[in-house]
Design a protein around this ligand. Sequence first.
Ligand code: GTP
Ligand code: ZN
Length: 334
Amino acid sequence: MHADLAGLGRRPDLTAELDALGDPSLTLARVLAQHRGRWLVATADRPHAAPARGRLRETPPVTGDWVALDRAGAIAAVLPRRGTITRRAAGTATAEQVLAANVDLALLAEPLPAPNARRAERFAALAAAGGVPAAVVLTKADLDEDAHLGAARLARRLGAVDGFAVSAPHGDGIAPLRALLEPGATAVLLGPSGAGKSTLVNALLGSDRQATGAVREGDGRGRHTTVARELIALPGGALVIDTPGLREVGLWEPASFADVDALAADCRFADCAHAGEPGCAVRDAVDDDRIESWRKLQREQAWIDDRRAASREREARGRARSRATRGVTYKRTG
Ligand SMILES: Nc1nc2c(ncn2[C@@H]2O[C@H](COP(=O)(O)OP(=O)(O)OP(=O)(O)O)[C@@H](O)[C@H]2O)c(=O)[nH]1
Ligand SMILES: [Zn+2]
């Protein structure tokens, strides 16, 4: 990792991409937050609020992006992303909005004593669609005696890498979660309002509150704006994204593709992927981007269906096992 950018997270080798832009004066930076058409970017110097060049209007930088800054300190290019969290706006042609980029792990936060498994499943599917593995974090563990069991069970159901139960004010469960957050890794918190995400971030920060500080920046006209950091550096070297944009209700609402579904009834093949099959009724009538969004939703839905089937199978196996055990008992007593 580039020494100048230590503490900004593990980053892929972007030298080739930076060189390909053909301007040796460009420097690498990471986006810490977005705020009203400006981006808080961290460079070798202290963070500053940067504008983005006009050509980036179509694909604006987001929190977690690696970007190239020009000599004036403006964002000239967004470098290729790995691991994204993307929201689909229902029913629109420009259906997608990337909310966080270069994410290594999604923390699915649900509050005890009544975590919403279906909501967690939607968030897990969003993460999976962006190539991001997920871990379950049940918060407010002090409100449920079986917290750890519940976390393990939900993690299994969602195919998550791990399940934790944490009680932030008491510090319970924080250490094992910290151990999962490898130095240089970027995690994102996904969960409903009130789940205790901010409280959890503070617990992970411990006494090292400096990293959460808002940054005051002049905008050149004497006015000062305060930009809260959304990409937060933790003491162990991991980073965590806790953005307001990710909290909005509707993040997990499936998009409607009524138009695609109606046209698809006329495709020659019932399982047409609208990717160039003969007799496709969708491909010529619908925008490519929209078909791609439709495809992504299919992938998400397939992922959820797989998980449901796997969990039903596990339950059935469990029932069969307990029947078998009972059978043995009957034989003995009978
Ligand atoms: N009992 C208990 N309460 C908690 C715990 N963690 C957070 N809370 C409470 O839950 C409420 C919501 O916590 P926040 O951290 O603001 O939740 P959030 O997910 O950041 O919510 P938004 O900012 O609305 O997205 C607060 O009143 C916290 O004090 C916990 O471990 N146990
Ligand atoms: Zn088709």
